[in-house]
Design a protein around this ligand. Structure first.
Ligand SMILES: NC(=O)c1ccc[n+]([C@@H]2O[C@H](COP(=O)([O-])OP(=O)(O)OC[C@H]3O[C@@H](n4cnc5c(N)ncnc54)[C@H](O)[C@@H]3O)[C@@H](O)[C@H]2O)c1
Length: 437
């Protein structure tokens, strides 16, 4: 079926590079379905996704063709497509424009070697909000992907709210708009503009969040009480295609950016929302629970050697629980993954859910796809419930949740009452803070 789903990307980092290369990979290898959770969503395949615009601030990426920007440093994701070959999933001559920096670059990032960190452009024209909206309209963009670095609250707000204002759907891959208050206000704006949102803070297809959720959820469903859940993440290990680098290996820019505690605050809260979410959806309290999830360790190489970011991430999980007649359980798990392609596998679903939902006349936060694909969705769900919602939408079937979000239902009242209707949409209370703030 179908017309192409036209996508713009803000932040052409390692995740964007892995995503676009992945879409091209499946386009060139249509028989290969490995790594795809949904070969089809409402009739759309990954080959229906087309990338048409990019925005960045790095001097190596701005004012270039989007395809070129995917491959330059400090991006360090694995390469699966020859950079010199012509991409079919990128619109011919699609370019990367210079957006406003705002809080995109944390001061400590400037301390690192240029090959592994951001280099702010000082020459190219910085687009205004009006020019940004014009570009989105001129290029008929359906969906904006927000891939700002963690902590770039202002920059994210700029890309997201102006996109919604321009009638573009948004997938918010990083932890902004995570408190219920902020998310509700954003949803009202999206509904008024009749667009959808998937957010916030992308999970990976099979990463730390999924593993934590499934392990904790399965223990609770077995009647156990989980008293401790600690999830530690670090940049470590080797990355495919970079085995020749034996002297010099640092964390990728995502981890380097979070080396300063102040910068990673929102990611820490968002990661813990995954853990607390599994207790909340089962009606269990969190009091006294020993719980931690965070981008816990950023490793920077000692000066010298080659400078290359590593896209490999290792997660260690420790759980303690008590069960039948007080019997004790301890569970330890270790997961080592290639970080950026792992998120690409889920973004290809989020993109298609946005298109299909809009064709079903659903607007606002997509609660099922957000619970399945994001760390801080508006409604936390069990793994099974989130999958149920996604499966239904993939078959274009309404559920009691999506029925409420149909345009015909929401817009059956006056403008003033619309606000009340939006407030009635389900939200799991999410904090923008930790317990000790
Ligand atoms: N598996 C994963 O890697 C994963 C999973 C979930 C969420 N995320 C989140 O997705 C986001 C992107 O991750 P990444 O690994 O691609 O990061 P990255 O550091 O590789 O890319 C960030 C990009 O944003 C650009 N940028 C910075 N400020 C900007 C601005 N004001 N305007 C436009 N561009 C700007 C940088 O130049 C860079 O190209 C991060 O917030 C990350 O935490 C990643």
């Amino acid at each position: 079926m179908s017309t192409k789903i036209r996508v713009a990307i803000a932040g052409i980092g390692s995740c964007a590079s892995a995503l676009v290369q992945g879409v091209e990979f499946y386009l060139r290898n249509p028989e290969n379905m490995i790594g795809l959770m949904y070969p089809e969503i409402g009739g759309y395949k990954t080959e229906d996704i087309e990338f048409v615009l990019g925005f960045d601030i790095d001097t190596r990426k701005v004012d270039t063709f989007l395809q070129e920007a995917l491959y330059v440093l400090p991006n360090c994701n694995m390469r699966v497509i020859d950079p010199a070959s012509k991409f079919q999933c990128i619109e011919t001559n699609a370019r990367t424009f210079r957006g406003p920096t705002l809080d995109g670059i944390a001061p400590h990032m400037l301390r690192y070697h240029g090959d592994i960190t951001f280099q702010e452009d000082t020459k190219a024209h910085i687009i205004s909000a009006e020019e940004y909206k014009e570009l989105l309209k001129k290029h008929k963009v359906d969906i904006l992907l927000n891939y700002m670095p963690v902590g770039a609250e202002e920059a994210s707000k700029w890309y997201i709210t102006h996109a919604i204002d321009a009638g573009v759907h948004v997938i918010n891959c990083m932890p902004t708009f995570i408190s219920t208050e902020d998310a509700t206000a954003l949803e009202l704006m999206a509904i008024k503009n009749k667009v959808t949102i998937v957010g916030s803070d992308m999970r990976s297809s099979y990463g730390a969040s999924r593993l934590s959720e499934v392990l904790q959820g399965s223990m609770m469903d077995a009647g156990l009480v989980v008293t401790q859940h600690i999830q530690m993440n670090m940049a470590a290990g080797t990355t495919q295609g970079q085995e020749h680098i034996i002297n010099g290996r640092s964390a990728n820019t995502d981890f380097l950016n979070m080396a300063e505690k102040a910068r990673l605050h929102s990611k820490h809260v968002s990661k813990e929302n995954v853990l607390s979410g599994q207790s909340i959806v089962r009606g269990k309290g969190l009091e006294g629970m020993t719980m931690f999830a965070g981008p816990s360790l950023t490793v920077v190489q000692r000066p010298g050697g080659d400078y290359m970011g590593t896209d490999n991430k290792v997660c260690n999980i420790d759980l303690v629980a008590y069960g039948f007649a007080g019997a004790r359980y301890e569970l330890t798990a270790r997961l080592s993954v290639q970080d950026s392609p792992n998120s690409g596998g889920i973004v290809v679903d989020a993109i298609r859910f946005c298109r299909v939902a809009r064709e079903m006349d659903i607007v606002g936060y997509l609660r099922g796809p957000s619970a399945w694909s994001q760390k801080t969705p508006p409604v936390q769900m069990t793994t099974a419930d989130a999958k149920f919602e996604c499966d239904a939408m993939a078959r274009r079937v309404y559920t009691p949740i999506t029925e409420k979000q149909k345009i015909s239902n929401l817009f059956s009242v006056s403008n003033e009452l619309l606000i009340e209707k939006v407030k009635e949409l389900p939200f799991t209370f999410q904090k923008g803070k930790t317990e000790y703030e």
